[in-house]
Design a protein around this ligand. Structure first.
Ligand code: ADP
Ligand code: MG
Length: 502
């Protein structure tokens, strides 16, 4: 078959038509529900103990730290109370040896030290005033003083959260391995080291990045409407949303949990990356299933493996290789009939031959190329993938497949949002003209940089009958910039308010 025909046929395997989408929405709602009732379900539906969202009038100076996989960020955030903020931050790489330290004290001591450095550099007056006061007061009085910084701790590892600033580490991921931290309260580990340095800092909140995104968006979004969903489409994908307390029935079985019941709501971290791990409704192609089989966690994060940045490049790589062998993609037109080694223009050490060799930013570049001869795609193929002399037809074939993979990702993303909007009963289809909008905050390189991701999501949202054309117009989706810092600050604020009101 001709190359372009074959490429279209591969692309067709990524089609995700409206009927499938709507079946998916129903299954998502069902799996959300299950997760609210009992532990151990596909979607974890983790209660976050955050029981209100900001409206933009919040004020004050807060600290936030973010321990991701690679870096440790410390920032202070001044919330101006008019939906704006200013942010000061510093970032250090976490030394390799600390990721596998003998004791958790070594890692958390290092983190506390970074907070001390940050305070000395950026808030020296505040810090010195505290040092002087501490020398003239007993420890208890110093503790009670009002100038203690409230700190939000974004910790991107699996934790079993049991309170707004309490959560035990389930296991390390991303190359970390410090045995004695497992099962411990990570907030307490950090607070102990902060106290050892006598810093004026209280770890007030433990934060997941989706919740931070939701909070940050709710603070910065225009108008009084609170945000319903915070969603990440970066390396991975996940979302958090505002749920009615009464529906989180498993809360009553969680021992020792404490939370404010007055708002009747709580933000739930869905862990939607694991939606439909048992593959009852998710679309599947040979490229998806091979990717999964050869991943470190087969059968897990099945939704994420079809949606997020870590995986789209790898799906594309596999699809391109299929076209290389079936349809002579990247064939060298000048090679002779008998020369085995020169029948392709792919370099032997090309990233095309390496697992995870194709980054998802490549898809963004391909999708964005509007030149008549697809020059940018051909240049990028040469620069990034060692494919020299790709023809315009090659580039077209790649583009057809890229568009299909990107579109399926956006439609699956819409599936998750539609399901949550319907499940939280936002009477969405009554249409525009009603004053309330449904506000959604998003973050992550995929949604930020993939061309037309938002439009493709919206198209899919309109295809869900419970939403429709009218409902889609009421949905407002916005990027939550600096979400992790601002969100953590806002959660620290909420936690501190609760502390003083009880
Ligand atoms: P993180 O998930 O660590 O917070 P990001 O939100 O930046 O960080 O997401 C990183 C992921 O996004 C990586 O998987 C990367 O391949 C992908 N990515 C980076 N740049 C782009 C881009 N321009 N278009 C699409 N995906 C991108
Ligand atoms: Mg991120």
């Amino acid at each position: 078959m001709a190359l372009l025909e074959e490429a279209k046929s591969v692309a067709g395997q990524f089609d995700y038509p409206p009927e499938e989408l709507n079946k998916g929405v129903k299954a998502f709602i069902q799996q959300m529900d299950e997760g609210l009732q009992k532990p151990g379900t596909a979607m974890s539906q983790i209660p976050t103990y955050v029981t209100s969202v900001p409206n933009g009038t919040e004020k004050g100076l807060y600290l936030a730290v973010d321990l991701g996989g690679t870096n440790f960020r410390v920032c202070s955030i001044q919330l101006h109370g008019d939906t704006t903020f200013s942010l000061t931050q510093s970032k250090v790489a976490i030394p390799r040896e600390l990721m596998v330290a003998k004791t958790s004290k070594e890692l958390f001591g290092f983190l506390a030290k970074q907070i001390e450095n940050f305070l000395k550099t950026h808030h020296d007056e505040h810090y010195q005033a505290h040092v002087i006061r501490r020398k003239t007061m007993n420890a208890q009085a110093a503790q009670a003083e009002s100038e203690i910084f409230q700190l939000g701790f974004t910790f991107s590892f699996p934790v079993n959260q049991i309170g707004i600033n309490r959560g035990t580490l389930i296991r390390w991921t991303k190359g970390f391995d410090i045995d004695d931290a497992v099962g411990k309260d990570v907030c307490e580990l950090l607070q102990t080291e902060i106290d050892a340095l006598h810093l004026p800092v209280k770890v007030a909140a433990l934060v997941n990045d989706t919740v931070g995104t939701l909070m940050a968006r709710s603070y910065t979004s225009p108008g009084k409407t609170g945000t319903l969903i915070g969603a990440i489409f970066g390396t991975g994908t996940n979302g958090a949303y505002v749920e009615k307390l009464a529906k989180i029935t498993k809360l009553s079985h969680i021992e020792g949990s404490e939370y404010d019941r007055s708002t009747g709501e709580m933000i739930v971290n869905t862990e939607w990356g694991s939606f439909d791990n048992h593959m009852s409704v998710l679309p599947d192609t040979p490229f998806d299933s091979d990717l999964d089989k050869e991943s470190v966690n087969p059968g897990i994060q099945m939704f994420e493996k079809r949606v997020s940045g870590m995986f789209l490049g790898e799906i594309l790589r596999r699809a391109m290789l299929a076209l290389v062998s079936n349809a002579q993609l990247f064939k060298d037109e000048h090679s002779g009939k008998n020369s085995l080694h020169s029948t392709t223009t792919i370099a032997e050490d090309s990233a095309l031959y390496k697992q995870w060799g194709v980054d998802t930013s490549f898809l963004s570049i391909v999708a964005a190329d509007k030149t008549p001869d697809l020059r940018v795609i051909r240049q990028t193929l040469s620069r990034d993938l060692g494919v020299d002399a790709a023809s315009t037809e090659d580039a077209e074939a790649v583009k057809v497949v890229v568009n299909a993979i990107g579109k399926r990702s956006a439609r699956l993303s819409a599936l998750a949002m539609a399901a949550i909007i319907i499940a939280t009963d936002n009477h969405i289809s009554r249409g525009a003209g009603e004053e309330d909008v449904v506000d959604i905050g998003v973050d992550g390189s995929l949604v930020e940089f993939y061309p037309g991701f938002d439009d493709m999501m919206r198209e899919a949202l309109r295809e869900v009958p419970e939403i429709g054309d009218k409902g889609e117009k009421r949905i407002r989706i916005g990027i939550a910039k600096d979400g992790s810092g601002v969100g953590a600050a806002l959660i620290a604020l909420v936690a501190a308010q609760k502390d003083t009101s009880t």
